[in-house]
Design a binder for this molecule. Structure first.
Ligand code: Z5A
Length: 205
């Protein structure tokens, strides 16, 4: 039986997820809440190996369906072996990305059928969902500019600008479909302004 709370954070590259997750975990710690931080794809020993397969440049020819299935394989490991046990112990879990990213990247970016992704979501998650999803929304150009100083790009980061425009568009669509769970935050604002909004949503939770 779930006792803790499950928060996910998502958005296009450079939206500020890592930056804000550090803030969220610190904020919850200060409130005396036991927090488990994780990420997707990855977060478990096996999941991190799957992440290497997914993002490695040596797998350039990977079929889009394979990519989607690997995302959900890593997710299943994470849910069963890390997220659900932590929630059952009353801990809060904060995940850098979750299933909305599969709809956005594989559905939007790779143009896979969204209904098929929903089928996998039901298969792997049943009715299990995040209690709160923070969608950091920023224009693709701004996001890319923020991370352009990084030395190397992974297999997905190498995609064209149009790919990321489609990703962003599906994220926004989903925030309109699930307004109770997904809170869209304008992440083109300063780090401090974004933090203020995040804090309000977490306090409400
Ligand atoms: N993926 C997928 O395809 N399907 C799925 O189902 C899942 C994932 C789960 C791994 O993601 C890849 O997997 C990702 C999607 C795919 N691929 N791509 N491309 P990841 O989350 O590990 O990597 P990422 O998306 O590339 O994250 P990122 O580039 O590290 O971005 P970020 O965490 O959102 O940004 P950040 O590191 O916090 O900030 C970037 C810089 O901007 C940094 O210098 C900050 O100081 C600065 N920053 C942050 N916020 C601000 C504001 N507000 N103003 C100014 N500057 C800021």
């Amino acid at each position: 039986m779930k006792k803790g709370k499950f928060i996910t954070i998502d958005g296009v590259e450079g939206a500020g997820k890592s930056t804000q997750i550090a803030f969220i975990c610190d904020y919850l710690h200060r409130k005396g809440i036991d927090v488990v931080k994780t990420r997707e794809p990855g977060g478990t020993d096996l999941g991190e190996k799957i992440r290497s397969l997914l993002l490695g440049l040596d797998n350039e020819g990977m079929h889009s369906d394979t990519e989607l299935l690997l995302m959900f394989s890593a997710r299943n490991e994470l849910i069963q072996n890390k997220i659900k046990p932590a929630l059952a112990e009353g801990k809060w879990v904060v995940s850098d990305r979750f299933t909305d990213a599969s709809f956005a990247y594989q559905g939007g970016g790779r143009l896979l059928n969204l209904d098929r992704i929903s089928e996998l979501e039901s298969w792997v998650q049943g009715k299990f969902q995040a209690d709160l999803t923070l969608l950091l929304d920023v224009g693709v150009d701004i996001g890319m500019t923020r991370i352009e100083s990084r030395k190397s790009k992974d297999r997905i980061e190498k995609e064209e600008r149009e790919f990321f425009e489609r990703v962003r568009s599906v994220f926004i669509d989903r925030s309109k479909l699930y307004p109770e769970r997904i809170k869209l935050i304008d992440a083109s604002q300063s780090i401090e302004q974004v933090q203020q909004q995040i804090q309000l949503f977490i306090e409400a939770l």
